[in-house]
Design a protein around this ligand. Structure first.
Ligand code: 13P
Ligand code: SF4
Length: 335
């Protein structure tokens, strides 16, 4: 195959032949994002698309936990992930055993698990959430205290949004997220669950943890009218500095439906390129320096080989899948 346009045409032909649907996360590289997906979107939107899919095969142009979610809701379909190694630092931060230990330590508390986790971790959880609905899911539970894993910063941002405080038992220190978003105590003493509203875990996204308050301040000095958008996997200090924080799709909607001089996106950088491709009239500050190493593994070439060879099928043990399905379905029912 000679060039990307020809490759995209070949993939689209294979897709028809094999009755496949291609789902593409907002972080896919532009050459892929704008050419082959039947649907693009955030984790939540693509989970919904996966649940509604009628095709025989789902090709998930995203990372492994996203493809696993598609398989969890579609056990009889073939679900393909174009690059076997496409992981996620958050998903790798916690194991099913860690969740069982948290449950032992805090018996009776509901476990809310970010979708950026593997199926066996979801199976130990009560309900999943994404960046689109995390606060809503926490507030839907009939419990004052909730275990919220594994993203440390998302937990702090949800705490801020819902007026709660958060405890990280891994470090055994209390972090009250006050007005400035900064931890206000942490004497190393073990704290009881009753002291906190959210029990968190110290996983982080390798991309979003890199953004600093100074980056925002410098951008504002150079471009005083710029509008700053931050994904909630950024630190609470960075989110506090931003004009808007939300899921990948909520940031896209914000840019498309407002009329600012310029925008600074504090998230994975392909998304800025994709927004510019679809909205050439928008001015996005070219300050992107964080590409997700996992999303970066998914290319047109991989997707072509994936479909042509029917390779990298997602398989999940049935008992694990059924456990994870309950948590995913509860999330989809909530919002
Ligand atoms: P969204 O759920 O906002 O699409 O984000 C997924 C993700 O991996 C962010 O890093
Ligand atoms: Fe995971 Fe971060 Fe990459 Fe999203 S950007 S897939 S959270 S490592």
């Amino acid at each position: 195959l000679r060039n990307k346009a020809e490759m995209a045409a070949e993939i689209n032909a294979l897709k028809q032949e094999q009755n496949a649907v291609i789902l593409g996360h907002n972080y896919m590289e532009p050459a892929l994002f704008h050419t082959i997906p039947d649907y693009t979107g955030s984790s939540l939107e693509l989970s919904r698309r996966a649940a509604e899919a009628e095709a025989d095969t789902i090709v998930f142009c995203g990372v492994r936990f996203m493809a696993e979610t598609a398989k969890i809701v579609n056990p009889d379909k073939t679900v393909l992930l174009p690059a076997e190694e496409a992981g996620c630092s958050l998903a790798e931060s916690i194991t099913a055993e860690d969740v069982r230990r948290l449950r032992e330590r805090y018996p009776g508390l509901p476990v809310v698990t970010y979708v950026n986790t593997y199926a066996d971790v979801k199976a130990e959880s009560d309900v999943c959430c994404t960046s689109s609905n995390a606060a809503q899911v926490v507030e839907s539970l009939d419990s004052d205290t909730v275990i919220f894993i594994p993203d440390e910063f998302l937990a702090q941002n949800v705490a801020q949004e819902t007026g709660k405080d958060v405890l990280f038992p891994q470090k055994r220190e209390r972090k009250d997220v006050g007005g400035d978003g900064a931890p206000t105590s942490g004497d190393g003493a073990p704290a009881e669950a009753a002291d906190a509203d959210l029990i968190g875990w110290e996983g982080r996204c390798v991309v979003h943890e890199m953004f600093q308050v100074e980056d925002v301040q410098q951008a504002r000095e150079e471009h005083p009218d710029t509008v700053v958008l931050a994904h909630p996997e950024c630190s609470p200090e960075v989110v506090e500095e931003a004009d808007h924080s939300g899921s990948t799709s909520s940031m896209i909607d914000y840019v498309e439906n407002t009329d600012a001089e310029s925008y600074l996106l504090l998230t994975e950088c392909s998304m800025g390129d994709n927004i510019m491709g679809a909205n050439p009239d928008k001015n996005l500050l070219r300050m992107c320096w964080q590409r997700c190493p996992h999303m970066n593994q998914i290319t047109l070439e991989d997707t072509y080989r994936n479909l042509a060879n029917n390779q990298y099928k997602i398989e999940i043990e049935e008992e694990v899948r059924l456990g994870a399905l309950e948590a995913v379905e509860r999330m989809l029912e909530i919002g």
